[in-house]
Write a protein that binds this ligand. Structure first.
Ligand code: COA
Length: 698
């Protein structure tokens, strides 16, 4: 017998004495209104029927309930709210069994915690990831989980938002039984056994708070302050756990709900939720429909065993793909292979990889100096020197060697993808895959669409990006694409600020204080002053006169200061590699200002922040206006995953909207007068938005 309860999101079916409530709310069975009311109805049906003795809650599709429905946030709350559903489950006079598979997360795990028993598929995972969205559990998670698995284990799960697998969950007492085979059948059998054993109800809310060492709270606060610098929710998690250990259950639960409600409205949570949605939205590519099938990628060629080629190769090998690595000559090729081997060796030494895994990855690598082994590759990524002529020649050789179906991708950072596509006969097979150094570590992948790239190629580079564990974002034709083009504006302002009177340590302090992991000058020292000089030389002809004359990096290089690698750059470095102020740099800067006739003035922290950030935001607006990025969210995803824009500020476009575009425009006008119109003239899109009274996001 199948009876629909209140809505098809939860279907109820009696199996003997056991009522089975199946949640069916694709894609992740989130706790939408229909699911919440369906669960309450299921409990009521159970209690109303004398013949029904237990309830099993199970989910269809790929996962158990993965949390609150994020799409309902910001809309008027429709009762019953989750806390009411959870109370109803908790108060039920008959046992309820939650049957977990996939990822039981957030409100999903809170539902399970309010049941008498939890059973799980061996592959199930559990977590309270709210903290990652700037939130904390608001429906009993912080008051029930510590009672069940202990204060310390719960504190870690709640304050860091990680997941545990079913095995660990069983060991910790979160899961009562593991179900091999069909989960519903297993859960029903479990429930029948509970009934035949007397049908006892077990309430987590009745359990005492287990004893714990109070010292773990302070230790966790210190650890979280380091790991999650700038984030509020992790610290609040410790406060909540501390409070629950001292307060009766109902009072602690009410307090938890109040904290969660406050967090939902907090700027950090809004920013983090925005990024969660933007990352998923970024996967939706204009022209790519659900019917567009990505091509199969079973074997990949990487051309160029330099720094980028090596990182890309490691990344592909890590994802299980066989790779043909093409070098110009034996010497560069074997240096590349050696470097790849060293990368795996250090993973083994660190304990993050087994030797057998490292061996298997290297066994999938075919180094070659000729193109013949490319005959069965599905994709080639060229990562040779940034020279159009050299790259076009590689493209022609790739076209001759690869099967016709294969995609030809370039890792160029600033060359014109159209010119590369023109060098071969079928430009629709050409795309950009712009990795960031170190390519095996950096999450961002700027996939580039040419004007003629076919949609299945776009779908393929996106799918491959996901498979490599990257955050792929599709961008269009534009010099430097999105990340580097915006970075170059920040770098320009950082240099100009030195000329105007700021010090490297002041600029770095301000930008690190904003939340970037590292300031621009410490970053330049890390990358190498010689590398900065080479990048400057490559752009020199396209620079303004002031930029050309602002040659501080060249002066550092001339003074033998190459950055961290030789212990001196913008800073001086001792054994501990910590950046120290170096008066010799002050002297170089003073001499530079005198040479350029620039008077030193005191620069405020506000001016540093605004010039660096607004120069980027202004450029981002141009990028958006030109269509080189499809939506503001793509730019936010790029900068939070690429160059460490603090996620709690949601990315540059979200941040600009929070500041308010009229205020941003006023500041741009001010710096146009102060620094120059060619650097700060507000982008047309900003002018338009201000005139129309809207932000980048409407
Ligand atoms: N509410 C509403 N929609 C959600 C959702 C939620 N809690 N979690 C995921 N979705 C949607 C995604 O937006 C995506 O929609 P789209 O296909 O229209 O873009 C779809 O479900 C699939 O999500 P995705 O993340 O792409 O799938 P995945 O298989 O890689 O990961 C999860 C699945 C559940 C692990 C992941 O989505 C996740 O971590 N969700 C958030 C869980 C959470 O934080 N819960 C607590 C909320 S307070």
């Amino acid at each position: 017998m199948t009876t629909e309860v209140s809505d098809k999101a939860v279907k109820c079916e009696a199996r003997g004495h056991v009522l089975v409530a199946t949640v069916d709310n694709p894609p992740v069975n989130a706790l939408s209104h229909a699911v919440r009311s369906g669960l309450v109805d299921a409990v009521e049906q159970l209690e109303a029927s004398p013949s029904l003795r237990a309830l099993v809650i199970v989910c269809r599709g790929k996962t158990f309930i993965a949390g609150a429905d994020l799409r309902e946030f910001g809309k008027p709350l429709q009762e019953p709210r989750l806390g009411v559903v959870i109370d109803r489950l908790d108060r039920c006079g008959k046992p309820i069994v939650a049957a977990l598979h996939g990822t039981a997360l957030g409100g999903g795990l809170e539902v399970a915690l309010a049941c008498s028993y939890r059973v799980a598929s061996p592959t199930a995972r559990m977590g309270l990831p709210e903290v990652k969205l700037g939130l904390l559990p608001g429906s009993g998670g912080t008051v029930r989980l510590p009672r069940l698995i202990g204060v310390e284990a719960a504190l870690t799960m709640i304050s860091e938002g990680g997941q545990i697998d079913a095995g660990a969950a069983r060991d910790q007492g979160l899961v009562d039984a593991m179900i091999e085979g069909d989960l519903t059948d297993g859960a029903v059998a479990f429930a029948e056994k509970v009934v035949s054993d007397g049908g006892s109800v077990r309430r987590v809310s009745d359990l005492p708070v287990p004893a714990f060492d109070p010292g773990i709270l302070a230790a966790k606060r210190t650890e979280l302050a380091r790991k999650f610098k700038g984030f509020s929710a992790p610290q609040l998690a410790v406060d909540l756990i501390e409070a629950m250990t001292k307060t009766p259950f109902a009072e602690a639960a009410a307090h938890e709900y109040d904290v969660c409600k406050t967090l939902i409205a907090s700027p950090q949570s809004r920013a983090l939720r925005h990024l969660f949605a933007a990352e998923r939205e970024a996967l939706k590519i204009d022209g790519v429909t659900p019917e567009t099938k990505p091509r199969d990628i079973a074997k990949v060629a990487v051309v160029g065993p330099g720094t980028m080629g090596r990182g890309i190769t490691v990344c592909l090998l890590n994802a299980g793909l066989p790779v043909v690595l093409v070098g110009r000559d034996d010497e560069t090729l074997s240096a590349g292979v050696e470097a790849i081997r060293r990368t795996f060796d250090s993973s083994v030494k660190r304990g993050s990889m087994q030797q057998a895994d490292a061996d298997a990855r290297l066994a999938r690598l075919t180094p070659t100096v000729d193109y013949a082994p490319l005959a069965d590759c599905d994709l080639a990524i060229e990562a040779v020197t940034e020279d159009l002529g050299v790259k076009c020649e590689v493209f022609r050789r790739l076209e001759a060697a690869l099967p016709e179906r294969a995609i030809i991708a370039t890792n160029t950072s600033f060359l014109d993808i159209e010119a590369l596509a023109d060098s071969i006969s079928r430009p629709e097979r050409v795309a950009g895959m712009h990795f960031f150094n170190p390519a095996n570590i950096m999450k961002l992948l700027e996939n580039v669409r040419g004007s003629r790239t076919s949609t299945d190629v776009l779908a393929t580079t996106t799918a491959l990006g996901k498979r490599l564990g990257k955050v792929p974002v599709m961008v269009g034709r534009s010099e430097g694409f999105v990340a580097n083009r915006m970075l170059s504006k920040r770098s320009r302002e950082a240099q100009f600020l030195l000329e105007d009177g700021a010090s490297p340590q002041q600029v770095d302090r301000v930008l690190a204080g904003f939340g970037f992991p590292i300031g621009p000058f410490a970053l330049a020292d890390l990358a190498g002053i010689d590398v900065m000089c080479a990048a400057r030389a490559a752009r020199f002809a396209r620079m303004t006169k002031r930029e050309q004359e602002c040659d501080i990096v060249d002066k550092l290089k001339a003074a033998g200061r190459l950055g961290q690698k030789n212990g001196a750059g913008y800073y001086r470095y001792g054994e501990d590699r910590k950046a120290q102020h170096d008066p010799a740099v002050d002297t170089i800067l003073e001499a530079h200002r005198a040479q350029r006739g620039r008077d030193r003035r005191d620069i405020s922290d506000q001016e540093i922040l605004e010039r660096c950030l607004y120069a980027m935001i202004n450029e981002a607006a141009r990028i958006l206006d030109e269509g080189a990025a499809a939506r503001p969210g793509d730019i936010d995803v790029i900068w939070t995953n690429g160059f460490g824009w603090p996620t709690y500020f949601g990315g540059p476009m979200f941040y600009a909207d929070q500041i308010g575009l009229p205020k941003v425009k006023d500041a741009l006008d001010h710096y146009s007068r102060l620094v120059g119109d060619e650097y700060f003239k507000p982008a047309r899109l900003i002018e338009r938005c201000v005139a129309e009274g809207r932000g980048f996001y409407g």
